[in-house]
Design a protein. Structure first.
Length: 236
């Protein structure tokens, strides 16, 4: 996180975090609360940084409704019963779209041999595995990455995504995408942030030490101490 990163406050936890680590909720013209994960919808927004399970609990106990009413200050708000599913789907789409953008810009490595070469030479910044990737292939690339980073014996490993090779292939416009590597630090940071936000929401929290390493120090779930003032404030 840098000083330039916009900070927002989660209306449920009262904690502050970089905007790209949270999910923006916005009101549709008919008063329904919908996810705005790209933060593009006009008007005021309310931000949440909870997991899907926490969001479901907050809905069941009425805490989300109260927090949103205070945040938007527009009277009653309509919360769809499937809001958690809508948020999850939107975050997955945003993460896969980010991978697609980096692929089209030439910023992704596909293929075990190319990824292994980059890993052993110390150039790899992010390593991803499809959910249905073979354990042997994962271990081989993970080990190459550790060797290239002089971290043999450590827990450094690639991030296993909760989607299959078929879904990754469609997202990237490629064929048979089993493993993905990124060598550009900025691209790795962008992808890492999108993936962490998605995986954090679906839980359990995947922000382990290996994941923090692959995002090159980016910790999008890191929060700052809650400051003074009410947490239930809508922000753009």
């Amino acid at each position: 996180m840098t000083a330039a990163d916009p900070i927002r406050r989660c209306i449920l936890l009262g904690e502050r975090a970089p905007r790209q680590a949270l999910v923006r909720l916005a009101l549709s013209p008919d008063g329904h609360v919908l996810p705005d994960v790209r933060a593009k919808a006009p008007g005021r927004g309310a931000w949440v940084g909870v997991t899907r399970a926490e969001l479901e609990t907050a809905m069941a106990k009425g805490r989300l409704k109260g927090a949103l009413a205070r945040a938007f200050k527009t009277g009653p708000v309509l919360i769809p019963d499937d809001l958690p599913a809508l948020v999850e789907a939107a975050l997955e789409r945003a993460a896969l779209d980010r991978l697609g953008l980096e692929s089209r810009s030439g910023g992704l490595l596909i293929g075990s041999d190319r990824i292994e070469t980059a890993a052993r030479s110390g150039k790899l910044r992010l390593l991803l595995h499809a959910a249905d990737a073979g354990e042997d292939g994962n271990r081989k690339l993970d080990q190459a990455w550790r060797v290239g980073n002089d971290e043999e014996g450590s827990g450094l490993r690639g991030l296993a995504l909760p989607v299959s090779r078929t879904i990754l292939a469609v997202a990237l416009g490629r064929q048979n995408v089993v493993h993905i590597g990124l060598t550009d630090p900025d691209a790795a940071k962008r992808v890492g942030e999108a993936l962490h936000r998605w995986l954090h929401f679906i839980g359990p929290d995947p922000s382990t030490a290996p994941c923090e390493t692959i995002s090159q120090g980016a910790t999008p779930f890191e929060t700052e101490p809650t400051g003074s003032g009410t947490p239930d404030t809508a922000e753009d």
